[in-house]
Design a protein around this ligand. Sequence first.
Ligand SMILES: Cc1cc2nc3c(=O)[nH]c(=O)nc-3n(C[C@H](O)[C@H](O)[C@H](O)COP(=O)(O)OP(=O)(O)OC[C@H]3O[C@@H](n4cnc5c(N)ncnc54)[C@H](O)[C@@H]3O)c2cc1C
Length: 434
Amino acid sequence: MNTQYSNHKFPRVVIIGGGFGGIEVAKALKNKEVEVMLLDRNNHHTFQPLLYQVATGTLDAPSIAFPLRKMFRKQENFTFRIADVLGIDATNKTLDTDIGSISYDYLIIATGATTNFFGNQDIAHNAMPMKNVKEAVSIRSFILQNIEDSLLKTDTEERSAYLNFVVVGGGPTGVELSGAIAEIRNHILTKDYPELKKEDMNVYLVEGLPKILANLSPQASEKAELYLKELGVKVLLNVQVTGYDGDIITFADGNRIKTKTVLWSAGVMGQFPSGINPDIVVRGNRIRTDEECRVIGMKDVFAIGDVAAMITDELPRGHPGVAPVAQQQGRFLAKNIIRMLSGQPTEKFNYFDKGSMATIGRNKAVVDIGKIRFQGFFAWWVWMFVHLMSLVGFRNRVVTFINWAINYLTFNAGIRLIIHKYRRPERVREPVNE
Ligand SMILES: Cc1cc2nc3c(=O)[nH]c(=O)nc-3n(C[C@H](O)[C@H](O)[C@H](O)COP(=O)(O)OP(=O)(O)OC[C@H]3O[C@@H](n4cnc5c(N)ncnc54)[C@H](O)[C@@H]3O)c2cc1C
């Protein structure tokens, strides 16, 4: 066993994942008699709610990411390693990682979720997900590349494929992303590309359910749809995507759209290292926990946030996959670990739902806070304030605020850079048995 990372003066709490949940556990264990080790495959925390603004050129990537080492530099009991955790050996209390074996006394799995393509290999290969900074930057490049490429096509039909942008999934991410792409068309297209007309570009939002924002109130759903239509987004409801080959997206009703760009925000699934009993992996590939975030059947192993499913009679599908759940579970779990170490009784987790919101272009948002529901300009200010304050780091808040102000005043946020040309990865065909 590799013990190079430990003096073992205090019990070691190892956290896999420096996302919303993981960083809260680590912060709440500051100055406590534990050794905290955070492992993440990236060296930064990502503020996922604003990824769509990176994808559409309003913000640059560093505004929504924050280096994990900088975040914890004043925390003495803290160690960080860039590591991809591959497996959990609960019997020996060790982790198998790409930097070697790491031992733990308490393990917290806070590995979040990845994109769910529901097993469709063609869509997985050709559509673009948006779960991290790299993917958001690729989307930005690809949108710009396709507009550039459209100028080289003389055939109208052929050109339209480069200027049709299809977003799949009518949750908050799909709504925000399609709204922001529509704003590019409405305010930027003809300025940057005088050869093109607004009508040349189409933005579609495809949703399998009869309404968008299905987890919000009916008022929020209706208003969001209206706002998107005002922006010129073509909202297709009750439409199931059946395939996408990189040129044409097909639907179960037989319709199809020629498009080079399909952005996939239609589903997520938990991701975690091997070593978890498949019997406790539930819907959405999430790990079942008890009400104290303890992984069922595993000693001293806990799961929080998007990867965890705390299933109770009141919550048969667990908590929603949103940042406040991960954050509250992180803080709760840190307190429970301290209670365990000091021999005090542990407590059960209670989620405090602060509400949901989504923005749909400038001046427009929908907000549900319990029974209080409002939409429009005031909702948009609330959305901006909440997101600005939630960003990690003073610099990020200032830079984001300045970018938003410039964008608001000029209709022209400027981060339309193609830094690396995006190319679809080569497809490795699975061998076909004769
Ligand atoms: C585009 C988008 C928009 C969103 N908008 C909102 C919103 O407006 N409001 C809201 O409340 N929620 C929103 N969410 C959901 C929210 O971001 C998640 O609920 C939240 O990030 C969950 O936190 P987490 O700690 O469980 O996981 P994450 O924040 O995803 O963190 C997981 C971390 O684990 C690391 N990791 C994963 N596997 C390994 C491994 N094997 N080894 C090492 N490291 C690993 C990852 O690198 C990552 O840093 C959005 C999500 C997305 C993708």
